[in-house]
Design a protein around this ligand. Structure first.
Ligand code: GDP
Length: 610
């Protein structure tokens, strides 16, 4: 059998062989696997109309297509699979409790509060915190660490509940999107004086899609116009039938403002968890959990709030969290107090990572620092590849020419106060719809102040730095001024997006549209030694205009595409325009004109972008 030709390049025959490639792999990675020179693949793709370099990562579709052309079955390995394989290569796995039934112990439910804006999510989280924590705790709550625990007596047993302290389903879905199931139960808050609103429905959908049981908090019952029964009726339409109507969803009427029925709500959470879920974990294994928040602290370095899911985390443990690693130097709880160990469902701030991990990243204890570092390094490399793939837009061959000549690219460096916002901002920016002529690239991102290193990179690659809730430190500002680097500070995501969007639009070259001016037929030709051939014309329609762009049409064919009307006369006078039905004499920047030719004038007008 002949070797297949792809885009005119002879390549090996895959013969149906399965080829596993990572999402975000480059042509170089591909070439390695099939033992050809990467430049052959680059050439083949180029001929097929796509220009990529050997080390750029390419889209899964491109890998599939290229593979298929050669007769390979390409399997794109998802980041999750890849990570599982990475852990397996170290004899590790994430997500399973070790041991059997007898090793499992009850753990507290982890709760997220969701609902429509202004229905009282934040207020509820605040009142639960201040009402419940502090009871018996020295000093009470001193810190927002992203989650906290409270206790409530249910049937004379003190039961603990963990609350994720950032309300809203963005956080919930963001974590879910990364495969981290951090929530056991959702409290959906509905204001009794307002009723079910769009975000209420969204929250219900998100919780149901994640298979998370719902407790409904009917809030603001202290308000005039509160109609808690109406809410029950409305929620029934979304499959949430109150217990008192024979369904299995618990509804609790509360006032977050007046601290009314908060205990009943907590009790409902415990009862719902007991009825619907089997919340147990093995506390006697190396800890595994999920980072729900992470930031860079000036004094303490990278700080991550971790929710332990199984096992027990102890000071001194070697850990890897996403692409960060380190050793637990200290753990601090929501009261600002040091803790030595954290058991399942317990949120703690972990200090000792060497860099800031992402919100939603998994954390696990490994036996050696070296293992932690190796896993982190591999994840880091993979993340860079994936980012590179995401931040690039495809260039097709048709665009290539204009691309090389005209590309305007806006390079950005994003710095923010925590990894969640940096990611959110980057994602939102990459989602801006713009013309292919302009490209947006995030060349670096990170948590923490804008540093001199950032400014250096920005200067070297003409990038704009975005500081989100952070400022420049040290001599960075001075250096930016000196180097002419633009640093922009924002604290509202939408504002950042708006400004970048208008900047991008400003970079777009104007689009011109042709507008026809008129046509004239050459009736006579006068030879002049001074100006060359003068065309004696009759303007058939529209106008002839001096300096206008024109084309020459002979027997219906365009003979000359681009020429200019260089002089224009009526009788003996130089004029700027001659209208339809009048004779004129004109010269054009093309001398081989003939009687009967038609001169068509046009102009280019700028078309506004929308
Ligand atoms: P979120 O957007 O859902 O987090 O809502 P907030 O917690 O910020 O609350 C929105 C507004 O409703 C604030 O002005 C709160 O003080 C008020 N609010 C929250 N709960 C109650 C309540 O139970 N009763 C009354 N009267 N007002 C409340």
């Amino acid at each position: 059998m002949r070797a297949p030709e792809v885009g005119g390049v002879r390549l090996p025959d895959g013969r149906g062989q399965v080829l596993r490639l990572a999402q975000g792999a480059s042509l170089s990675d591909f070439a390695d696997k099939i033992d050809v020179n990467p430049s052959q693949l680059v050439q083949a793709l180029f001929n097929l109309g796509e220009m990529v370099t050997a080390t750029q990562s390419v889209t899964p579709e491109t890998l599939q297509l290229l593979g298929e052309e050669m007769g390979y079955k390409v399997q794109i390995v998802s980041p999750e699979d890849e990570d599982r394989e990475l852990l397996e290569s170290f004899d590790l796995s994430f997500g399973e409790d070790e041991g059997g039934e007898e090793d499992l112990e009850r753990r507290p439910a982890v709760v997220t509060v969701m609902g429509h804006v202004d229905h009282g999510k934040t207020r509820l989280l605040d009142s639960i915190r201040s009402a419940k924590v502090g009871e018996g705790e020295a000093g009470g709550i001193t810190q927002h660490i992203g989650a906290y625990q409270v206790t409530v007596p249910v049937d004379d047993v003190e039961r603990t509940i963990t609350f994720i302290d950032t309300p809203g389903h963005e956080a919930f879905t963001a974590m879910r999107a990364r495969g981290a199931k951090s929530t056991d139960i959702a409290i959906i808050v509905v204001a009794a004086d307002d009723g079910v609103m769009p975000q209420t429905v969204e929250a219900i959908n998100h919780a149901q899609a994640a298979d998370v049981p719902i407790v409904v908090a009917v809030n603001k019952i202290d308000k005039e116009g509160a109609q808690p029964d109406k809410i029950r009726g409305q929620m029934t339409e979304y499959g949430l039938v109150p217990e008192e109507y024979g369904g299995d969803t618990m509804f609790v009427d509360i006032s977050a403002k007046q601290n009314l029925n908060i205990d009943s709500l907590l009790e409902a959470v415990v009862l719902t968890a007991d009825a619907a879920l089997d919340l147990r974990a093995n506390p006697d294994m190396d800890a595994q959990g999920v980072a729900i928040e992470a930031h860079l602290d000036r004094g303490r370095g990278p700080v991550a709030t971790v929710l332990i899911q199984r096992g027990t985390l102890r000071v001194g443990d070697s850990i890897v969290a996403g692409d960060a690693y380190g050793r637990v130097r200290r753990m601090v709880d929501e009261h600002g107090q040091d803790v030595e160990e954290a058991t399942p469902s317990r949120p703690v701030q972990v200090i000792g990572l060497t860099s800031v991990c992402g919100a939603g990243d998994t954390l696990m204890v490994v036996d050696e620092d070296r293992t932690a570092r190796q896993i982190a390094d591999r994840r880091n490399a993979r993340k860079r590849n994936a980012m590179a793939a995401r931040s690039r837009r495809r260039i097709s061959l048709e665009d290539l020419d204009s691309h090389l000549k005209e590309t305007s690219q806006l390079n950005l460096i994003i710095k923010g106060d925590n990894s969640g916002t940096v990611e959110a901002l980057e994602e939102a920016l990459m989602g801006i719809e713009i013309d292919d002529e302009v490209q947006l690239r995030v060349i670096d991102r990170g948590v923490g102040a804008v540093t001199e290193t950032n400014v250096n990179l920005a200067a070297a690659s003409d990038a704009v730095i975005i500081g989100f809730n952070v400022r420049a430190e040290g001599k960075a500002t001075e250096m930016a001024n000196r180097e002419g680097v633009d640093i922009r500070y924002y604290s509202i995501i939408y504002q950042a997006i708006d400004e970048i969007e208008s900047a991008l639009k400003g970079m777009l070259k104007p689009i011109y549209e042709e507008k026809q001016l008129g046509q004239a037929e050459i009736r006579q030709i006068f030879r002049s030694s001074k100006v060359g051939n003068i065309a004696g014309c009759m303007v058939l329609d529209g106008i002839m205009r001096r300096n206008a762009k024109a084309r020459l049409i002979r027997d219906g064919n365009v003979v000359v595409e681009e020429m200019t009307v260089s002089s224009l006369r009526r009788e003996k006078d130089d004029v700027t325009e001659v209208r339809e039905g009048f004779e004129c004499g004109l010269t054009v920047t093309y001398s081989d004109i003939k009687i009967g030719d038609v001169i068509e004038t046009y102009e280019l007008v700028e078309k506004p972008r929308d």
